[in-house]
Design a protein around this ligand. Sequence first.
Ligand code: FAD
Length: 392
Amino acid sequence: GVSDFDVVVLGAGAAGLFAAMRAGQRGRRVLLLDHAEEPGKKILISGGGRCNFTNTGCVPDRFISANRHFARSALARFTQHDFIALVRKHGIAFHEKTLGQLFCDGSARQIVQMLLAECEAAGVDLRLRHRVTDVARADRFTIATDHGTFRAESLVLATGGLSIPKMGATGFAHDVARRFGLPIVTPAPGLVPLTFDGSALDLMRPLAGVALPVVARAGRAAFPEAMLFTHRGLSGPAILQASSYWQPGGPMTIDLLPGQDATTLLLSAKRARPKAEPRTILADWLPQRLAQSMAASHLPPRIMGELGDAALKALGALLRSWRLEPAGTEGYAKAEVTLGGIDTAALSSKTMAATAVPGLFVIGEAVDVTGWLGGYNFQWAWSSGWAAGEAA
Ligand code: FAD
């Protein structure tokens, strides 16, 4: 038999749980379907198991999209403060780690339990382990699964992006969108470690494990955060952030001594400590292994006093703006999010409804809106989920 609902939400992740909750609160009969055996699996592993559930400084310019104004409306209708109030209502203790990032004191599971409790109170019918085999639309939507067929007036697509296929991420939302004629902005891994080859990798690989504060720049964005050398290239928050702005084949630059003028430092060190080895001087400002490697690869083997000003100026310029050409990224297997997705040009920014397909809504990571690192992606899931839940 066919079961009838007002709203079917596909994907019980952050966005789907929130949309289902809100639609249920409005008295809609809501079915929430997921192919996984557990809801909110990405919430559970997020923020190192503590879930960075929002950011106190959430503003629209921290989101990447072909239409940089698109996220504004949904973010204003359900804000970070609204989500914080919900977390408080459920008595979940939290703290700010850094840069406005809010984490649970206890565990990410508390956020999933909160969302499930809200869904249950709102009468949402949650069914897991359902594989969707077909989605069609006539006067209503028909959703065929391996556990029966469902019909609904509204369909909310919340099956996420392509990141972490090992956890069940699929291109399902993009496939359904294409079927209904919605355009897609080419997806790419975002918030992802960068890989290098050639001499850059030769320099980086022995430094695996070394971390330091930098400013990483790609495109028009600059991120003053920590960087980490890995055996394949670079990672750490500064690099993950810059990766979302990096264009394949393009350059990026790293300031290895943020807030300092490396050239002035080196020239005055030459006068003050002429007998010192350059690596000893550099180790005053940089991690020792990096200092050693920079001196060995960019200076002749001389003491400071014997080095020409030109060589020191060249090294100073390099420390200030180390220009690198990444070979690529570590891909969806390591990407925290998916850039691109369903083109916002096809959606209402107020309701997340597809303007050309009455009753179809798209929310969360499936949409071409990608947040910075730091709780912004969950806030987009809550805000876009709320917008659709209000209208579906
Ligand atoms: P998802 O949460 O991915 O949910 C999609 C749901 O759809 C899943 O339950 C999935 O099982 C289901 N699904 C997929 N395909 C199908 C299908 N074909 N049929 C049925 N169901 C399907 N963001 C932050 O803001 N803060 C953090 O601390 C943070 N940490 C992260 C850590 C890691 C390791 C990763 C990978 C991501 C992290 N993110 C974080 C990003 C954040 O998890 C995502 O942006 C967010 O989960 C997107 O929500 P969503 O509901 O759109 O998609």
